[in-house]
Design a protein around this ligand. Structure first.
Ligand SMILES: [Zn+2]
Length: 377
């Protein structure tokens, strides 16, 4: 994997990441394909809307279909027929958020599956091995994602454990090889809750370990946005400029623009897909709650400015009807539009950075987003 920085505007930057499954442009938004599928959209449609990389979850793939099937299939790319880059998380986040019983110790974390209660253990070494079986282009180290709020003492101890785990992951990664005919990269994960000094320390130690890239984890877990932005600034102030920075699990269109301004290159979030399935459509002028009665005879597109398949062919009234009668097509059209909108936002952010107008463009976008939110609430 290679990262080439292209343009900067303040701390915002554009670049390209080269992998054996192709190039993707940054800042990038990665749709979430939790179980080897981005819900309610085909791989072909993902390509059509300009998706260059997707994310999948190690925890879910490990439980189902399991690494044996993935290995037999020749890795996740082949299994799901996706020829472009894939990033996988380490499974840590799901262990801490989904599974029932967790015993964290120096060795790793023991947990019960949220599906059948069976007992499993993730160690720094095993999550590298699992991601070797998955064959993702970008893999992540095992970390403990601290909850919010979190006592400083706990955040500090937890971060030290995450740093020791990061080193073990890196050692395993360096002493093993990919199982398929492409190379893989490994990212470290900065933790430290909302404490600047712990974040700074975490970023410094990880930077010295020389990962292919760096994720900022443990944010968007309930802390105020301003605190999240402050932590991003602290981390990016320390992380090397010649490596990609990935803000995990974030966020709203506004969060993305604020983080891009602070130098983040990569994002993933379930918002566009999950909210789409819950009848919330993003637009350049804020959120459209499509099941609202006001749309029942509204024969305009979801977003008049949008050029996606959904907006070119269907009206608000029709999509509202699909949701009201629970037709699957409603979920598909909403997902398609929302992901298109996120890709549109990233594409235009890149354009604004490379033409030196990012600051003004961002302000304009935020004004538009806020304006409609006031109108619809
Ligand atoms: Zn659209």
């Amino acid at each position: 994997m290679q990262f080439v920085l292209e343009h900067t505007a303040g701390n915002a930057r554009t670049g390209k990441i080269f992998t054996d499954h192709g190039i993707f442009k940054t800042p990038v938004f990665m749709p979430v394909g939790t179980q080897g599928s981005v819900k309610a959209i085909t791989q072909k449609s993902l390509e059509e809307i300009g998706t260059e990389i997707i994310l999948s979850n190690t925890y879910h793939l490990y439980l189902r279909p399991g690494i044996e099937i993935l290995h037999q299939a020749g890795g996740l790319h082949r299994f799901m027929s996706w020829g472009h880059p894939i990033l996988t998380d380490s499974g840590g986040y799901q262990v801490f958020s989904l599974s029932d019983l967790r015993d964290i110790n120096e060795e790793g974390v023991q947990f019960r599956s949220h599906l059948d209660g069976s007992l499993h253990t993730f160690t720094p070494e095993s999550v590298v091995d699992i991601q070797r079986y998955i064959g993702s282009d970008i893999t992540m180290v095992l970390d403990e994602c601290t909850p919010y709020p979190c006592e400083k003492e706990y955040a500090s101890q937890s971060n030290e454990l995450t740093l020791r785990w990061a080193e073990r992951c890196r050692n395993r990664f360096q002493s093993s090889e990919g199982l398929y005919e492409h190379s893989q990269a490994l990212f470290g994960v900065v933790q430290g809750s909302v404490y600047p000094d712990i974040r700074e320390h975490s970023a410094k130690v990880l930077a010295d370990m020389d990962f292919n890239g760096y994720a900022i984890g443990g944010l968007a877990v309930g802390e105020p946005s301003d605190q999240m932005y402050e932590m991003i600034e602290v981390c990016n102030g320390v992380l090397p400029t010649n490596k990609p920075r990935y803000l995990m699990g974030v966020g709203t269109p506004e969060n993305l623009l604020e983080a891009i301004e602070r130098g983040v290159d990569m994002f993933d979030c379930v918002l566009p897909t999950r909210n789409g399935r819950n009848a919330q459509l993003f637009s350049q002028k804020g959120v459209v709650n499509i099941t609202n009665a006001q749309y029942k005879d509204d024969f305009t597109p979801v977003d008049i400015e949008c050029e996606c398949f959904t907006c070119r062919n269907y009206t608000r009234a029709y999509i509202r009807h699909l949701f009201m009668v629970k037709e699957i097509l409603g979920l598909q059209l909403a997902t398609h539009h929302n992901l298109y909108y996120y890709q549109w936002l990233m594409q235009n952010a890149r354009k604004a950075i490379s033409t030196g107008i990012f600051e003004n463009w961002k302000r304009e976008q935020l004004n538009l987003l806020h304006q409609e939110i006031q109108l619809t609430t």
